[in-house]
Design a protein around this ligand. Structure first.
Ligand SMILES: Cc1cc2nc3c(=O)[nH]c(=O)nc-3n(C[C@H](O)[C@H](O)[C@H](O)COP(=O)(O)O)c2cc1C
Length: 251
């Protein structure tokens, strides 16, 4: 079996999967490993919805902007910040839950994301491939409807899971020193920004990206095409409404 250090160093996102299914016992073992991850106060304020049904995947597909992984992967996992279960337990045991606020959403979202990432590593350690779907937060309102999520439950991310049918090149990362600060934050000079992003900007695929999108710089591809202000503002409003509707903005 591969060392954990090799699994982490060699991993890449997988977006193409074989038609082979993921065995229920294997999935259950992976989720059990995920559950060993740290969780705030050991409350485990998260849940996971497993989608294998083809019809359900087709319903979810447009909510993930029809990214083909949704229908092609044998399993779609939706990770949720979940205070519903914990609130119910409190009420049944004569305890008054004070979790209808933004901090509690953050707590549950952090728990859910840590769980998600451990599940992903566990899956990768078994040779499976994963792809996160950031579209979950954009369309949370409709995902809540389709997956029948009750109040106090908010989907925070989704992951497609299956046996890899590709081995893409690993993509770049910033140099390690770009993200490390010793003791206090050491803010970036223009020169250090230029040097940290140089490698990314000089990549052939980055330059191709700039050209294809008729932009002058790679940064513009992010600000004007991939993660635009108008979209961010639009989806922020939706996320805030979801948090309100799901009961996390009462105080
Ligand atoms: C929160 C999150 C959301 C993501 N959303 C998407 C997505 O919607 N579609 C997709 O193809 N990849 C998605 N990814 C995968 C990233 O594009 C990928 O991790 C990144 O490009 C680095 O590639 P690597 O994982 O192969 O190192 C997402 C990753 C994260 C962490």
């Amino acid at each position: 079996m591969a060392e954990i250090s090799d699994i982490l160093s060699n991993r890449r996102t997988i977006r193409k999967y074989s038609t082979e299914s993921v065995d229920d016992k294997l999935l259950s073992d992976i989720l059990a490993m995920g559950c060993r991850t740290s969780t705030t106060g050991n409350m485990q304020v998260y849940s996971i919805i497993i989608t294998k049904d083809e019809g359900k995947k087709k319903e979810l597909a447009p909510l993930h902007f029809n990214q083909k992984m949704i229908t092609e992967a044998p399993v779609v996992l939706t990770f949720c910040a979940d205070f519903n279960r914990f609130n119910k337990w409190c009420r049944l045991r004569n305890a008054d839950p004070g979790y209808d606020n933004f901090l509690s959403f953050m707590t549950a979202a952090i728990d859910a994301l840590l769980f998600a990432q451990t599940v992903c590593i566990a899956a990768e350690s078994k040779g499976l491939g994963i792809c996160y779907l950031g579209t979950t937060t954009y369309t949370a309102e409709k995902i809540i409807e389709i997956l029948k999520l009750p109040k106090s439950v908010v989907p925070v991310t989704s992951v497609t899971l299956g046996w890899p049918a590709e081995k893409p090149e690993q993509v770049d990362r910033l140099p390690l020193e770009a993200i490390i600060h010793y003791e206090v934050y050491n803010d970036y000079s223009d020169d250090s920004i230029a040097s940290y992003y140089k490698g990314k900007e000089e990549r052939q695929d980055s330059q191709q990206f700039v050209k294809e999108n008729n932009k002058q710089t790679l940064a513009q591809v992010f600000t004007d095409v991939r993660y635009k202000k108008a979209d961010n503002v639009h989806f922020s409003k939706i996320v805030l409404k979801v948090l309100k509707d799901q009961g996390f903005m009462e105080q």
